[in-house]
Design a protein around this ligand. Structure first.
Ligand SMILES: *Cc1c(COP(=O)(O)O)cnc(C)c1O
Length: 366
């Protein structure tokens, strides 16, 4: 926590606004609208997953509709497609950002069109904080007139050509789950460019209750609103976001220094000056043969010292849950998954922690 979270929670208690209304929610939304700029409208919700679900609802995704989704992601990007009984169509990554491959995306769109149905949405992801190839993907979205749902859950604070992630989609999403760069204990936002989407999201998030004198409902709604307590945590966290990003980027520099002359390990990095990553997680890929052995040995060396490393997200097209759905690409993301590991990247890494990590890596190399 940053420091002021308790103060904002106390405000909520003092005024007895502890549920889904109150000044913390309004303030949190308005701080985020200012932070994102670009005429953003923000609706605070109970999770990033809820935000993706509402984005699909706002775009009228229904049973048997196609929704294109990046395969290389956490399952929460794709689960809401199934909530709507729609059909996910998975698309591979390219190697520079690990996100949507423009060519594979076009192949997927053409496939859907051939089936006689234009996809209702394209779900893009900025994995591990790295912005996707924004210009290329938006150009395709415009040419085929298919809206973008931008899953920016891992990329709050990242930018592409100085414009923040979370502002590129027709609808964008970020998450404040406990593992993200800042947290509200659990929560998310839906970001759009107009008041109408914001109002509609709020309506659906509060049981789709119509404005009558009695409780009147004509469509399915959800209990997806963020609580005023969580929003209080969020207000405090927004005050320290900038510092958190610098800390994560310092972690990245730390790894960059270590890996600079390594031949068989690549640190995943910004592909060019247009890309600014919050470096939510630092990830590596292992080159050459015997990847499995190298990866497991490295993982074991860390865990013997009580340090956790993790596998990358296993792509959705390789998950039993999504076995029967189409995938377009050449399994670039599957190969990255096989070769990759996430290294310790928390904002609370101390110099002592870093010494330990450095020593393990250096002893592993020799
Ligand atoms: C965390 C995450 C989500 C979901 O956010 P929640 O707030 O946990 O529901 C969605 N997509 C990606 C890529 C994520 O990492």
């Amino acid at each position: 926590m940053g420091g002021n979270e308790l103060k904002y929670i106390q405000d909520a208690f003092d005024t007895n606004w502890i549920s889904q209304y109150g000044s913390n929610i309004n303030e949190f939304e308005s701080v985020l609208e200012n932070y994102l700029g670009n005429n953003s409208f923000v609706t605070a919700l109970s999770s990033g997953t809820a935000a993706i679900h509402l984005a699909l609802r706002l775009l009228n995704v229904e049973e048997d509709d196609f929704v294109i989704c990046q395969s290389f992601t956490f399952v929460a990007s794709a689960n809401p497609v199934l909530y709507q009984k729609a059909i996910p169509v998975f698309v591979d990554s390219e190697t520079s950002t690990w996100n949507l491959c423009p060519n594979a995306l076009e192949d997927a769109i053409k496939y859907c069109l051939k089936q006689g149905k234009k996809p209702k949405a394209i779900i893009t992801v900025s994995l591990y904080g790295m912005p996707f190839m924004v210009d290329e993907i938006l150009e395709i979205s415009r040419r085929y007139e298919i809206p973008i749902i931008e899953d920016s859950a891992e990329a709050l604070g990242s930018t592409y050509k100085d414009k923040p992630c979370g502002t590129f989609g027709d609808l964008s999403v970020t998450s404040f789950n406990g593992n993200k760069i800042i947290t509200t204990s659990g929560g998310g936002i839906l970001v759009s460019r107009n008041q109408k989407y914001k109002d509609e999201a709020l309506y659906l998030a509060t049981q789709a209750k119509e404005n009558r004198k009695y409780y009147s409902h004509s469509e399915v709604g959800y209990n997806y609103r963020m609580s005023n307590i969580s929003a209080g945590i969020g207000r405090g966290q927004m005050e320290v976001l900038k510092g958190r990003i610098s800390k994560r980027r310092e972690n990245h520099d730390f790894y960059k220094e270590i890996f600079k002359n390594w031949e068989n390990i690549n640190l995943f990095e910004e592909p060019g000056k247009d890309f600014f990553s919050n470096y939510w997680l630092n990830t590596i890929t292992i080159e050459g043969n015997n990847i499995e052995i190298t990866k497991e040995n490295l993982k074991r060396n860390f865990s013997e010292n009580n340090i956790e490393t993790r596998y990358l997200w296993k792509p959705m097209h390789l998950q039993p849950l999504f076995e029967k759905y189409k995938f377009f690409g050449s399994n670039v993301c599957g190969i990255i998954f096989d070769r990759g590991l996430c290294l310790p990247s928390g904002t609370n890494l101390t110099d002592g922690d870093k010494d330990k990590i450095r020593n393990i890596l250096i002893s592993f190399r020799s």
